[in-house]
Write a protein that binds this ligand. Structure first.
Ligand SMILES: C[S@@+](CC[C@H](N)C(=O)[O-])C[C@H]1O[C@@H](n2cnc3c(N)ncnc32)[C@H](O)[C@@H]1O
Length: 284
């Protein structure tokens, strides 16, 4: 606990203020320490993700440049294989912990970029800071942000592979928690803004050139099971209709939390899906 708090303080000092305020630094540190506690439980999912990525990139004809979005703690990213197989690798996350940066720096052909891939978080945060008291103005300006499309790396040359790596369902969470913490009015605009994170990310992936292989790894269902492992409840973690232009390659269950760890009388699993954007459908 003390180690986690010191780690948080250290990285909060390095991170832009809006990321700390939105709780994103705490979230990344939280994943790091949950992973330590859940070492065995999470390993299978991480290995499965890596194998799925390795299998996909091994089939590519061209391997000039790879872009990995949501690389985070590199838990499910086979960095060595990327470095061995591609001429250049760009790892993207909104914020990297120092140990991930050190790991990336071990590979000459890999570099990292700290980018908000939604492109709206900073503006939304300052909008609240500056206009939060004027509910109408805040609502009006937030509405404009729904239509702000991410464009990072779309003009990057020689991109043969783009991976969205287990982040789709996470994109809206920071602002959702922040909105609850600040007791923002639950207006239709706020709801639409939160939903736009997923929609805009999928549209963004579809905007890469047709020759680029676009690979999406994401959880799709949250499953609550009892002590005996029997399913009690299952809910979608993303809007499934967004995946209509993607072709499923494989899916598996990720044992997310032990019995009693997050919910008192149950354990949690996530269904994770690996899919490729159907090239012929990417620009329809
Ligand atoms: C569940 S983790 C994915 C795990 C990661 N692939 C790994 O191997 O450690 C989700 C990642 O998405 C990142 N993320 C969340 N919102 C983001 C945003 N707006 N732009 C870029 N990265 C974001 C988080 O920082 C986190 O590292």
């Amino acid at each position: 606990m003390i180690e986690e708090s010191i780690d948080f303080l250290f990285h909060s000092f390095l991170a832009p203020k809006y990321l700390v305020k939105l709780g994103l630094v705490q979230e990344i540190i939280g994943i790091k320490y949950r992973k330590k506690r859940q070492k065995d439980l999470w390993l299978e999912h991480q290995e499965k993700s890596k194998q799925e990525i390795i299998k996909t990139i091994s089939k590519l004809t061209n391997k000039r440049k790879a872009l990995i979005i949501g690389a985070g703690l590199l838990l499910d990213v086979p960095l060595k294989e990327f470095s061995d197989q591609f001429k250049e690798v760009i790892l993207v996350d909104i914020f990297f912990l120092q140990e991930s940066i050190n790991e990336i720096k071990q590979y000459d052909n890999c570099r990292f970029e700290q980018v908000d891939i939604s492109s709206t978080l900073k503006e939304a945060y300052y909008l609240w800071q500056n206009h939060g008291k004027n509910k109408e103005l805040f609502d009006q300006k937030l509405k404009n942000l729904i239509y702000k499309k991410p464009i990072h790396f779309l003009l990057e040359e020689e991109l043969d592979y783009v991976l969205s790596c287990n982040l789709l369902s996470q994109l809206s969470l920071a602002f959702e928690y922040f909105s609850k913490k600040k007791k923002m009015l639950e207006t239709t605009t706020l709801k639409a803004f939160l939903e736009s994170f997923e929609t805009n990310h999928i549209e963004y992936l579809k905007a890469f050139p047709e020759e680029t292989t676009v690979h999406l790894l994401t959880d799709t269902e949250r499953i609550v099971v009892n002590k005996e492992g029997k399913e009690l409840e299952s809910n979608p973690t993303i809007d499934h209709t967004l995946l209509k232009d993607f072709r499923e390659q494989d899916s598996w269950l990720w044992d997310l939390a032990y019995y009693g760890e997050i919910e008192k009388n149950s354990a949690l699993k996530l269904k994770v899906q690996s899919s490729l954007l159907h090239p012929k459908l990417s620009h329809t």
